[in-house]
Design a protein around this ligand. Structure first.
Ligand SMILES: Nc1ncnc2c1ncn2[C@@H]1O[C@H](COP(=O)(O)OP(=O)(O)OP(=O)(O)O)[C@@H](O)[C@H]1O
Length: 616
């Protein structure tokens, strides 16, 4: 054993080769160990040894050990720190490794290497001689150690005085001046850092063989962030139960060491959870606009026909006007695709002055999609309901549960069962998402569902909803919808005006009959869109020609003449879509008109004089 002061370390030490973090005497550092040599050291020395001596190892910084057992030993840093392994934790995930908690004792120098395998063993020379000053044999400053000796003696005296102060009052009196001095010193240090422009943003930490640049703002940010989060928790106005959970999580967050903020998955989990909790609209809501006349006008302006649906929506608003806390039934619009179910839902939200959010349920077959995952899962998330509330930022939006008839089922549970709780007015005031793990009141949310058929909606779910059938449109209705809504909308979306494009009613009928076959109007809308795009090209071309080929005469040089513009190529406005233009744009007719030949008429008038009826 080499001796130096009172700490004596063995003169042969097994060496732990680390490439992250530096152990200094007096500090405690956690090291992750997975290279073959280090693993052997842990297994054969730390786990098998029974004496205190066997827990002392040398830690050599800045050395990456090769991943393979057969790899050559890299050049070692000459100075290391001897430390005591105070904790060894083993794990097999994601691969076998140990986590060591080591407390540094003193520095040493590597004199020679004794063996390289299975772990590195070296002859070492102890360097630190600090201990002899902190435990002087006799009171009074040691005569021949100069300033260092004097300082260590003073420190020792102060520490013994605090130890001797048995009564609390005396201990305070002794400790307070020391504490004040320490605070003043820190303040001074901070001031000098701020004064120096180079140090304004960056603090440089230099360790033997390594250099770290820590962004001071970043460090402060972490502290400030937690304080800001705490403030938000207090301001979020959440119910008592949720508030308590948040305080508990905040406490956990504060206990985590700041230096591990970036690397600890626990930190990210807790942080994300708290971020969600403060963002949720626990008590934020919009004020309902319950003007029944305005609602009627708005609904009529947005949609043609659909009288039954509009009437029911108006009834709903009227009842809500009379009784504010309405636990109304869930309306479910059932009808073929493209008949405007979704867009009526959107109109209803606009009429009420509420936020609108669509939750597409088609293909959802996992109940955690609705209720979220428990936080113990890796990558856990809240469900779509809670996510939707976070998106809209208020607790009384209109939620459109689109395509409830296409909910699936799987081993991960039945999402329809999870929806039961969401839609049941008796239960949904305390809806508990697995991720949140505290109840959220959904009773203010207005749920509307849409489906193409009731046949595949689970009976229990169907039972909680009021079904409103939305039938398909007749040919005449489609023409009206096209001219009142679809054409103006498409013109606007393509930057065109009625002065540039005109689609006569005959053409609309031809589009409906020869290019679409549907109960709704979605294909019709797409075809009108295609016409708009084709016309937009022509209009843009004409625009370019007029702009580039007619320079102002004042800009012409002497002797130059205005170029002749052939206006014959420019289309006349508005561009009218007739039968031929329609063929040019959409191609040949896709569907033949279906004809119904009435047998009585056949006998009456003969086959040469058929009466045809267009089926819609
Ligand atoms: N009566 C109507 N008046 C005005 N526009 C309508 C009408 N019906 C449908 N539309 C328009 O048709 C388009 C398709 O409607 P929407 O997306 O609401 O259909 P949907 O019934 O929800 O279809 P899906 O079942 O496929 O979801 C929308 O642009 C909508 O504005």
């Amino acid at each position: 054993m080499s001796s130096s002061g009172d700490i004596q370390i063995p003169n042969r030490l097994p060496l732990l080769l680390t490439h992250e973090g530096v152990l200094l005497p007096g500090s405690t550092v956690r090291f992750s160990v997975d290279s073959p040599r280090n693993m052997h050291l842990v297994r054969q020395r730390l786990l098998k040894g029974t004496s205190l001596k066997s827990t002392i190892i040398g830690v050599i910084p800045n050395t990456k050990d090769p991943e393979q057992d057969s790899g050559d030993l890299p050049t070692l840093h000459k100075i290391g720190t001897a430390g005591i392994a105070v904790q060894v934790v083993g794990s097999n995930w994601p691969k076998p490794h140990y986590t060591l908690l080591i407390t540094g004792l003193c520095r040493f120098r590597v004199s020679s290497l004794l063996k390289e395998r299975p772990f590195v063993l070296a002859e070492v020379e102890q360097l630190d001689k600090l201990e002899q000053y902190t435990t002087p044999a006799a009171p009074g400053p040691p005569a021949d150690d100069g300033e260092l000796g004097e300082l260590s003696h003073k420190f020792y005296q102060a520490a013994v005085q605090v130890l001797d102060a048995v009564s609390l009052e005396e201990r305070f009196r002794k400790a307070l001046p020391l504490l004040t001095k320490q605070i003043e010193g820190l303040k001074l240090l901070q001031k000098t850092r701020k004064l120096s422009p180079d140090n304004e943003k960056k603090v440089e930490y230099v360790f033997p063989g390594r250099q770290f640049n820590l962004d001071e703002e970043d460090e402060d940010d972490n502290g400030d962030d937690t304080a800001a989060l705490e403030r938000k928790v207090h301001e979020a106005n959440m119910p008592e139960a949720a508030y308590k959970v948040c305080l508990k999580e905040l406490k956990r967050l504060k206990k985590m060491p700041q230096s591990m903020y970036q690397t600890m998955p626990e930190y990210a989990l807790t942080r994300n959870y708290l971020d969600l909790m403060v963002e949720l609209p626990w008590s934020k809501s919009t004020k309902d606009c319950l003007d029944i006349r305005a609602a009627r006008t708005l609904l009529d302006n947005d949609h043609y026909a659909m009288d039954k649906l509009k009437r029911r929506v108006l009834e709903y608003i009227a009842v809500k006007q009379l009784k504010t806390s309405l636990k109304g039934p869930i309306l479910c619009f059932v009808g073929p695709p493209g008949v405007g179910k979704t867009s009526v839902g959107r109109s209803l939200a606009r009429t009420l002055g509420r936020e609108f959010h669509r939750i597409a349920l088609g293909g959802v077959c996992d109940q955690s999609d609705i209720r979220g995952h428990r936080r113990t899962y890796v990558g856990s998330m809240p469900g779509r309901i809670i996510n939707g509330l976070k998106t809209v930022g208020v607790n009384n939006p209109v939620f459109l549960l689109d395509e409830v008839d296409k909910l699936g089922k799987s081993l991960q549970g039945d999402p329809a069962a999870a929806l039961l709780e969401v839609l049941d007015p008796e239960q949904n005031h305390s809806f508990t998402d697995h991720y949140l793990n505290v109840a959220f009141d959904l009773s203010q949310v207005l749920f509307i569902a849409t489906a193409n058929t009731t046949a595949t909606i689970p009976p229990a779910l169907l039972d909680r909803m009021e079904v409103l059938q939305v039938p398909g449109y007749t040919q005449e209705e489609k023409v009206e919808i096209a001219h009142r809504h679809l054409i103006p909308n498409q013109l606007e979306q393509h930057g065109l005006t009625p002065q540039q494009l005109h689609i006569p009613q005959d053409t609309t009928q031809e589009i409906i009959g020869s290019y679409t076959r549907e109960a709704g109007v979605r294909s019709l809308e797409r075809k009108i869109g295609a016409i708009c795009r084709a016309v937009a090209v022509k209009v843009a071309e004409a625009h370019k020609v007029t702009k580039t080929e007619t320079p102002e005469s004042s800009m012409l040089q002497e002797g130059e003449r205005l170029p002749l513009i052939d206006n014959a190529d420019l289309p006349e406005m508005p561009i009218v879509i007739d039968h031929n233009t329609l063929r040019d744009i959409l191609g040949p007719a896709v569907f033949q008109m279906e004809v119904c030949i009435q047998p009585t008429q056949l006998t009456e008038t003969g086959s040469g004089n058929r009466k045809t009826t267009v089926m819609s």
